[in-house]
Write a protein that binds this ligand. Sequence first.
Ligand code: SAH
Length: 391
Amino acid sequence: MVNTNRSQESGARSQEGRGQGDKRTRGQGSNPSHQPLVTSHSPHTPHPTPHTPLLGLNQAQLTAWVQAQGQPAYRGKQLYDWIYHKGARSLSEISVFPKQWRSSVENVSIGRSQIHHRTVAPDETVKYLLQLADNQIVETVGIPTDKRLTVCVSTQVGCPMACDFCATGKGGFRRNLAPHEIIDQVLTVQSNFQRRVSHIVFMGMGEPLLNTENVVAAIQSLNQDVGIGQRCMTLSTVGIPGRILKLAKYQLQVTLAVSLHASNQATREKLIPSAQKYSLHDLLSECREYVRLTGRRVTFEYILLAGVNDGIKQAAELAQLLRGFQSHVNLIPYNPIREADYQRPSSSQIQAFVNVLKQQQIAVSVRYSRGLEAEAACGQLRAQQLQPSLG
Ligand code: SAH
């Protein structure tokens, strides 16, 4: 599973300011709660000043950090293993560290969240509400099958895009997630399932391309430090002007999924407010350029809403729109949410839509969301649990 193309990726990683000399900027992005990384303090300081959490730092950076604490370099490797492979939640539990040093750094945060709420659906999908250091709550979902354990991760607290069918969008936006808050979601599911995570989809709360630097830093760490292949990761975006091309520059191996949801501009604008400032034409041109720059196929997600965008006519229009495009269409039958009154189309309507695309040689699959019983679809659990506290 571990991506073999390390040299190319480490290039991209240092582009993100994750190189040795650049620890201070790593992963701070737009998270206002981040404190500067403390690179040294006296071993006699009883309560070290707050740190940027250690999660998200690579082995060289952790080694530099332990050395700055007056510890030998090999403790950096130990720290790295405990954080990424043994799931350490605090420095005080790292039993191979000398007691005295452990107690002097016990206030240094690794950056792990608390499980605030956990719901298991009959199909074994587990939905988590995770509580972050500033008490914000994000959703994460663990989706097991025989061969895979997929984690659906959030990239923001809430979402500013306000798509009309999306529970997260109805709840407003709070802030971007920092890299460690994204990586933590995967480690949490991994330890909770006691099983290796094989796949990651960036399809939880938030719009990843409004938080590109932190999401890319998290992808690189999940790949290189946690050991999950980039090809087993999918990043889903509604499309933000210029950001798909910005993503292409990182030359990642992840799959890009674009939430199209409509076969024409007028329908798209009704469903996705931001589409008013980003035409389908411009979005598709950017996607084409992305394919050219990366050589990677794009997936187009298309939510099926009964009577809105699920007709045979729209299927033909979609086929026309995507003709000759190196792509794959992923149809998502609508998951009903309380805050909107769309309907999910019937199975025969879905099948009819699929057939039109297939006749037009468009690669297509249908994604049935799992975990509906756990309110696992798209922002619903958080909305249900936390409605009074959302702004
Ligand atoms: N902001 C990103 C990623 C988060 S949403 C994006 O828009 O792509 C992940 C996917 O779930 C998107 O395709 C989104 O449109 C879809 N989605 C949101 N609410 C849904 C619902 N109620 N039913 C089905 N799919 C939904």
